[in-house]
Design a protein around this ligand. Sequence first.
Ligand code: PEP
Ligand code: MG
Length: 754
Amino acid sequence: MQSPAIRQALGILKKLRQITESSSDVAQKLADILKTIAETMQADAAVCYAVVDKNYLDLFSTYGLKKEDQKQIRLRFGEGAIGKIASDRCSLALNKLWTYPKYAKSSELNGKDYKSFVGVPILQWNRTVGVLAIYYCAETEYTDVDVELLETIAMFLAEIMSSAEMAEYKKSLSKARGIATRDRLKGVSLSKGYGIGTAVVHRRHQSVTNIFAEDKNKELLRLKVAHQQMNDDLDAKFDTTKLGIGEHVDILEAYRMFAKDKGWYNKIETNINSGLSAEAAVERAYEDMWNRLSGSNDIYLKERLHDLRDVSDRLLSYLLGENKQSKDIDAQDIIVVAQTMGPAELMDYDYSRIRGLILEDGTPTMHVAIVAKTLNIPVLSKIRGVLAEVHSGQTVAIDGNEGWVYVNPSKQVAEGFRKKAMEQAELAKRWAALRNLPTVTKDKQKIGLYINVGLPMDFDYIEATNCDGVGLYRTEIPFMASEKMPDVQRQVMYYKDLIDKSGDKKVIFRSLDVGSDKLLPYWAYGGEANPAIGWRSIRITLDRRAILRQQIKAFLQATVGHELNVMFPMISDLEEFEDAKETLMLELEKEKKHGAKVPAKVNAGLMIEVPSVLFQLDKILPKADFISVGTNDLAQFVFACDRGNPKLLERYDVLSVPFLSVMKMIVDKAKQYGVYCSVCGEMASNPLEAMALIGLGYRNLSANGAAFGRVKEMIRSINTKEISDYMENLLKSSRTMVRSQLISYANDHGIEIY
Ligand code: PEP
Ligand code: MG
């Protein structure tokens, strides 16, 4: 038997369907839909808000509003009655609207004219995508049936709100209002921050159109000049670039030698002599090499093909006069846009002028992303078709916090970005000023605040932040930056450099965590259907034990006289951890047996990243000296949700009751067994999420160097007792998503969550 609301809804939905199937444009359809709703429910006005930028709602379509109310309205989630419906995802019926405490008269509709109101969220996969509301001039009593009816209609509206037609309409409407969403592209944020500047499109591979040349001598001269210029520039770049020590230097050195290779140069000359243009001769030289080497099983030789491709592209860019990309642009602020790029290519630009980096294909562990992050440059990736949409010379604004790129933004948006970028710089100064203040909460609780490092450049953050130590050294990063597997001696050099910079501070070395999206160029990976859950990380190093043993040996030698903390990633069960730990202890014994000096203390720990270990904590914790939660992988596996897939980005949230409950269980168990416990995943780098972690009981966090200041500022503005009580209640609540509640909590308690 249908409820009265459903019966009524069926009638109205029939009408609404007729409207949507009509040939009117989407704006007209929306207006007709609201009119039908208002008439059916005998309301004086009906409105529909749509979510923009995740946390805001724009008044989108209206029916029956008084003239003075037909204005542009933007509300924050949580602001006013409409914002409350959006953030709480529940309906609200009020018959003395002006008495509602949250009613924001300044920005919502005129409270004097409309006395009563019913509003419902428009939800898609449990996410608010809009709010539908009806208003009455008279005070009106509502029944549950009215609310239920509106909720049913909202379900129908959700379908329309997510249609492609609506997306187009939304864009054009926003554009008309001066918000350049027509040219707004969504990506995955790899490094936070705001930037605005002139786009410089970095093209990897120029197409060669002039194949033949009549004047050989002219071509030979062009080649000579371009080749000389390229090498001079590379030498100058190499000599002036300060990338610290490590394999990056080797990469550049190898690159430079390749560019000077005589055999390669002679081959190009031969091709010119046979009648080709200089550009075509470079391409032919590459093709010949490719034909010879691509079938080889020798990975090293195959890798040389990548080098040759890079150097060929570079030489082509000199021949085609496209090598002066950044110099040709007068702009002081540039945004580099590329399909993908290597660290050598990033050096083509003046770091100090880069305000943002946009990559069509990119992962957080790509060198270029890591380098940019270290330099505090916002980076966005996975923006399909960005190279088709963005052209050199256009103004581009990049929002590395929310993951948006604005192409040719309106004056207002551009102004907003400049302001934000300036605010960001001010904030950075403010955070730097915290350096010598203790990392304690308002109620005097010490929070251990560490940093995550990978590249030698990151090591500078130890001094700059005055952190408590290194909570995660991603040792795979120098491996990835290397030309070939680094031997023990070279590894000792990397690790010792970190130990020297850390002094007596705690350092946690993570054993090699490769595979999935972190590939070593010199390693043959068989194609895997599901690399994130495939042969990666500890699974590789336990199978290729020599690699693990060598790495452990290097750890031991680099930390003589210090405490050595070795952390094993992606542990899925007790035996894996025991096996890895035993390898560590055996290597220690070997060193001792050979009379070598050893670390003062050796601790073995593991990362909590795989859900199966959650069910073995009682067995694993007594055997572990410490644990650290890798929330990036843990969330990916708890939600069965690829961490790099932009389509799934907003679908699940670590600030949700299920995930926070998991996090709580881990910290509680660690306390029970007296085991040092920290978080080194991205949650610890985000002040709001870090606040929640402290509320759950975490007292050690390891953040990115660039995020350190903002997390420290949050810590210094928090009261652990209050946030713990709040979190305890929040976990008991019936809702699932709690991000907006935590934002409100932070705002209400003056907690800094920038
Ligand atoms: C994690 O998974 O949270 C983590 C810190 O490891 P990575 O991001 O390097 O996989
Ligand atoms: Mg991980």
